[in-house]
Write a protein that binds this ligand. Structure first.
Ligand SMILES: Nc1ncnc2c1ncn2[C@@H]1O[C@H](COP(=O)(O)OP(=O)(O)O)[C@@H](O)[C@H]1O
Ligand SMILES: [Mg+2]
Length: 248
């Protein structure tokens, strides 16, 4: 067994639309080590969300393999059926979205307790203690019994991260989690992610369209038109395109 926690091999995703087939991901090969804080940067429409949906099994790939090694188990995500997939995902992977999707009628602590109760790994009392501990980690414990609408957007995003960690997954995937936040608040989210990687042994994969965030990751890749490129390859491509344009 290799030490890669996430591995994508020749992954292609083609959407069928009325206008014909659209290749959203082309031949993606990606290996992520435990403890990496990997950033994937790309413009809107580049394939970032599609890529994360292949990793967490939310959507089917067209061809290729997605292999996740976590908790002493190796899983081929693309081979799991719906039931096995949702059970596996709940235990293995936390997901954070750009639009914060907390349940408005539940308090912060209840928002986090819910996925713990659903997974059934903890007794009700333990679930509440665990939820409070996660709120403490996010420096939000004093707000535990408030409804989401009574805290700021940045605080809500931190609750969403706490909720993603509810069942102590090894992997966190985040889809533009700082996209709707101001830079100071976004900075705080990065501090939280860095702490999770260095002190809690989490592996984080985050996608964003904000090129300026590249330096915050332990490794950063670029995605363009459904293809992963490392930054040197992208520079070469840009230079070639510029030369071609000048020749015309
Ligand atoms: N369900 C779908 N059906 C058809 N095309 C889709 C679908 N989802 C995404 N796409 C297309 O695939 C490309 C990549 O989308 P997405 O992964 O959402 O990009 P990003 O997250 O980088 O903005 C886009 O051109 C988008 O329009
Ligand atoms: Mg997206």
């Amino acid at each position: 067994m290799t030490d890669f926690i996430v591995e994508l091999k020749n992954v292609n995703k083609t959407y069928s639309t009325v206008a014909g087939d659209f290749p959203a991901l082309r031949n993606i090969n990606l290996s992520v080590k435990t403890g990496e804080f990997l950033g994937v940067v790309g413009k809107s429409g580049a394939g970032k969300s599609t890529l994360l949906n292949m990793i967490n099994g939310v959507d089917d790939l067209t061809t290729g393999e997605v292999i996740i090694r976590s908790g002493g188990k190796q899983v081929s995500v693309h081979e799991l059926d719906e039931d096995a997939l949702s059970l596996w995902r709940g235990q293995t992977m936390g997901v954070v979205y750009q639009s914060i999707q907390l349940l408005p009628m539940l308090t912060l602590v209840e928002n986090i307790t819910l996925p713990i109760d659903l997974a059934g790994n903890y007794k009700p009392r333990e679930a509440r203690d665990r939820a409070l501990e996660l709120l403490k980690l996010m420096e939000l414990e004093e707000h535990a019994n408030k409804l989401p609408s009574f805290i700021s957007g940045g605080q809500q995003q931190r609750v969403a991260i706490a909720r993603a960690l509810a069942n102590d997954p090894d992997i966190l995937v985040a889809d533009e989690p700082t996209g709707s936040l101001d830079s100071v608040t976004a900075d705080h989210i990065f501090d939280v992610f860095e702490h999770l990687v260095s002190d809690r042994h989490k592996t984080i994969i985050m996608v964003t369209h904000e090129m300026g965030l590249a330096s915050r990751f332990s490794r950063c890749l670029t995605i363009a038109d459904g293809e992963l490129v490392d930054d040197s390859a992208l520079e070469k491509l840009t230079v070639e395109r510029t030369i071609r344009r000048r020749r015309k």
